[in-house]
Write a protein that binds this ligand. Sequence first.
Ligand code: ADP
Length: 525
Amino acid sequence: MRRVLPPGVPEPDFDLALQAFAAVVGRQWVFTTEEDRHSYMDPMSVGDPAEHEPSGAVAPQSVEEIQGILKAANQYRIPLWPVSMGKNFAYGTAAPRMRGTMVLDLKRLNRVLEVNAELAYAVVEPGVSFFDLHRHLQGRKLWMSGPSHSWGSVMGNALEHGVGYTLYGVHAEAICGMEVLLANGEIFRTGMGAVDGSREWQTYKQGYGPIWDGAFTQANFGIVTKMGIWLMPEPEGMASVTISLPNEEDLAVLVDTLRPLRLNDTINSTYTIANGVRHVFRVGSRDRLYQGRDHLPKQVIADQLKKQGDGWWSVTFNLFDRPEGLDIRLRVIREAFDRIPGSRMVIERWRQGEPLAAWMRQDVGLGPLGVIDWHGGPGGHTDFGPVMAAVGSRVREVYDLVYRRFVEHGIDCFVGMFGLGSRSIVMVADLIYNKNDEEMTGRARALFRTLTRDAARIGVGIYRAHISFMDDGADMYRHNDHALMRFNERIKDCLDPNGILAPGKQGIWPKSLRTQRSPRGRREP
Ligand code: ADP
């Protein structure tokens, strides 16, 4: 049997570790066959998935079992990659950053520990999926905020800074209170959870002293075993607004019109801007539009948009308020957008008591995943996600740069931009390729790396990265000779001296494995 071992771990030690893991969780929950390993690899990988092939996986059922695994992992220096559901769409699914890392699959810890209707929050374990929480909330008049598709877990998505479409759509900001297992097996609680007998754990984020919840998101400092997440009480009314603008040049005015409305809370949830390429994806399969291997020509896009009756840009957002409040918000928004020539607005409305409709996104589903088969399948997918100040000129500067590079590399520039808070916009420029087409995948890799260098040159960083690009993303955050990374590494070495938790996650490598880091500022694809 072909085996994959963690770097530097002798085979006999690996075998002893597997035996120790089996003693903790039972033999049937330790996975090491080739077939097992493949099920934890990225089916949408941008390049050779073997770069991120795990040595196996282990699936505990309780915190005590994780502690047992940590003990053996420390003893034999086995790196572990914790995942909740392991679906991390576009960013590597369950696969680890470093080949040979063992996946710590937490799906079996899947209880909704509490739903508090009075204070509108839930406490979940890692393996609670969006489907699970949705089912759990039926009939409770509490709404969860899910991403566009419901593939993953509530915890994994929030820890990775995922986004939804309600008042609590910035999921990392909806986290309140965690229980964390450190690499040495010690359990601690953040915020008010550190007060014995507290009933405020999920109600007050600051606690006493430093606020630590954020330090366990996009990080490898601990394993989160419980997490509080704020929910939204069912609103009295809701409206969904889609505004379309005809011309490519309208992006700056769109952003500058949205910003004040978001800053003064007239628009009271996240918004999503979509470009023309994203609109024409609606045809489902690229060959219905164009057969060339280069980027979709502008004329093809323009003709298709005309056929569909779409403008080049659209923005969609939800408003939550009682019906009279919605009337005022909608009037103000309409007045603002009526000033832009050619703008069109479509509104859907709902009031409490009416049945929920699909546009409200209160249902769970997997539909949006279909987009990755754009080239006829089997599709591959990742994205480039620069963070931009919500100012028209800045967004235009970054978008033009991104679009130009996509055209140069012949990858269709499918863009959604998420207005998260009131002051920033995260662009998600999707790279969609046929994953069996080596030449196309190579272009996608080169494109991503070119974009990180271009963006860093104008002072822009990205919000998240696929496991193949975690070092490239970290390299953008280089102020004062990578002082932030040195700080992260000091914490990493202190909390995890044997370097067993998620080596390389977000570019943070433990001392013993720093040679695994991709060269900084590298030029090759
Ligand atoms: P989802 O299935 O919700 O999309 P994943 O389970 O794939 O998300 O998690 C995404 C990433 O978040 C993982 O690759 C891992 O780095 C991190 N992560 C997930 N769950 C935990 C956890 N319980 N503790 C620490 N990190 C986690």
